[in-house]
Design a protein around this ligand. Structure first.
Ligand code: CTP
Ligand code: CA
Length: 224
């Protein structure tokens, strides 16, 4: 009875989530993308809303329904993702950067479809801005900036390196390239790191993993 009368754990909190891949256009009919389904980010947005948070979801190109009670902004490329996230960041309590933002984008989008001429084709790409690092360095920084890292090896070392380098409060890492885990799946397992701490969330449906991660986040907010 006591539990049912308590306010939801994230009541009054504002949570900004980025999710999905970004598509970097090459010409009018082609793009460079990646294998992110957006499911983990959408699961987090849904769970945060269910826990009482006011949720804004910036979504790259995905085929997923908007979770109930969530404000959704659709974007396509890394530059658009950056713009939407930075515009929404002020006043947020938490940023969850689950989006698989492209690391490189074509130097120029060709005006016309590239024709099949030579035996080889070279595309020149340029580094994109790091949205997560910019949010963490923002003057009106959310109180808790959480990164996500998909790695195929050296999980903890790479995750902790990103935690420090990008000035994050927390990073949730998962191993990809393993059967039934990470990209394009309904299950996930996370190793969550912060300065001086670690918590493992065992493999479960993404909705369950999302609830557990948000419980950890609520703990950190309450501790601040
Ligand atoms: N990220 C971002 N903007 C980028 C690249 C990454 O905001 N241009 C964020 C992702 O949303 C994620 C975190 O950074 O929360 C980690 O992404 P990841 O691809 O693992 O890190 P990178 O710094 O891009 O390093 P690398 O791909 O070389 O491992
Ligand atoms: Ca990357």
């Amino acid at each position: 009875l006591e539990g049912s009368l308590a306010p939801p754990r994230l009541a009054g909190r504002r949570v900004l989530v980025s999710a999905g891949p970004t598509y970097e256009d090459i010409d009018p009919v082609r793009f460079i993308g990646n294998r992110s389904s957006g499911k983990m980010g959408f699961a987090l947005a849904a769970a945060a809303a269910a826990m009482g948070a006011e949720v804004t979801l910036v979504a790259g190109p995905v085929a997923l329904a908007t979770p109930p009670g969530v404000r959704r902004l659709d974007v396509r490329g890394a530059a658009q993702m950056r713009e939407a996230v930075l515009a929404a960041a002020p006043g947020q309590d938490v940023y969850l950067g689950t989006a698989a933002v492209a690391d490189y984008t074509p130097v120029q989008v060709r005006e016309h479809k590239i024709k099949k001429t030579g035996e080889t084709l070279v595309l020149e790409l340029v580094r994109t801005a790091d949205v997560l690092a910019e949010v963490a360095a923002h003057a009106q920084r959310p109180r808790l900036v959480v990164g996500f890292a998909a790695e195929t090896e050296e999980l903890e070392a790479y995750a902790r390196d990103k935690l420090e380098r990008k000035g994050l409060d927390m990073i949730a890492a998962n191993e990809v390239g393993r059967a039934g885990q990470g990209f394009e799946t309904d299950d996930n397992a996370l190793a969550v790191f912060w300065r001086g701490g670690r918590h493992d969330i065992p493999r479960a449906a993404k909705g369950e993993v999302a609830r557990q991660l948000l419980d950890l986040i609520a703990d950190r907010l309450e501790a601040q």
